[in-house]
Design a protein around this ligand. Sequence first.
Ligand code: ATP
Length: 435
Amino acid sequence: MSRKIPWIEKYRPRKLSEVVNQEEAKKALLDWINSWEKGKPSRKAVMLVGSPGTGKTTLAYALANEKGYEVLELNASDVRTGERIRQIIGGSMKMGSLFGFRGRIILFDEVDGLNVREDRGGLAAIVELIRESTWPIIMTANNPWDPKFRELRDEAEVIQLKPLRENDILTILRRICNNEGIKCEEDALKLIAEASGGDVRAAINDLQAAAEGKKVLTKDDVTVTERAHQFDMFKVLDKVFHARRFDEARSVTFLPSFDWENYYPWALDNIPSVYAKSIEAVSDAFDNLSLSDVVKGRITKTQEWELMPYMLELMTAGVALVRNKPPLPRFARLSFPERIRLMAKTKEIRQLRDALINRLRVELHVSSSEVSLYYIPLLRLMATSDTFKKKLLERLMKIMGYSLESVEKTLGVGGVNTSGEGEGDQRKSPKRPGG
Ligand SMILES: Nc1ncnc2c1ncn2[C@@H]1O[C@H](COP(=O)(O)OP(=O)(O)OP(=O)(O)O)[C@@H](O)[C@H]1O
């Protein structure tokens, strides 16, 4: 009998394309490694940041595999002794090419797990390694926002991974079921995906525990254990709104699955209803939430990631500790944010629009914001003009491969007839330079 292979290893993506739903991170990683290959590294190191089981380590290996690099993994004890680090810094560049590798990538998994007190000097050693290294360095971290990691963050390009959505996890689980030849009921997979809280590793482990050796997996076979990170947004908000102390409110930000980008619209939508009885409470909570947004803007602009704790505290404790906080029922009634609902509804059309903007941006050599500010309204106008609409819509359909309906939706015009008869008298079209 063959030895049991953990499915998380068996199904670990080997190629970037197999890593699900981390497109932005993949692009940032590729840009970075390309800059190394051109001899001008944008940064010596990147730091992949994301909650457990979102694919940080997997991404690092998939990148190396795809680009032909050998991975040299470092851990805390290497840092403690410093020996291996010195070897690597001092190590010869020729080593890599011996086995047909293009070079090496140094991987430092879970740098935030370094016990700074115990590994005194450890962080400094990594910073030094980054500065001196002739190899690209990838670090991974769950939560590197503690000020003690600041120097390390400053040395690296921080690449944020997203927690995986239930649908992404379902896709991964279905693929495994197919591969293993197990008929997995959709309900069973949903149960596992739900419980995973965005942690693919947990989901795959649960699936293996429930399904291995079976021909069919039903809902009854699945026993998912409660996990700390199984805090969904309702529970997070409930905790924040009920918090009486700073630490209590802030504690949600330490949950591995805490997703601040998602939290924001949830808080925004629920403050007015939860604090409905006190105008001061609503006002304070909104003030603090908007301040957190200002801090976020600053982080995005200047990459001052050490401001992150302030942002998180403002959006949690800032919402909890307000003047005249009204008494809340034991379970506050919380609602799903309108913005997320709307975004989901308009997702398809936003994607079409983004693709069009991107295309025009490249063709016209202008920025995306210029395209959406000036060119899209112009196209919309043209699409409602008898003279231009037929030709314009047809061209857009051809260039973008969209259906007529999609083109109309993208431009926000409806019911336009492109059948052509008697319309769009081309003779009257003014000549445009360059077509
Ligand atoms: N985005 C993804 N697409 C496909 N599989 C994934 C993805 N993320 C994680 N996995 C699966 O989950 C397992 C764990 O992922 P990985 O070790 O990369 O997580 P991690 O983010 O490094 O987590 P940790 O911080 O706990 O180390 C992988 O073996 C892989 O099978």
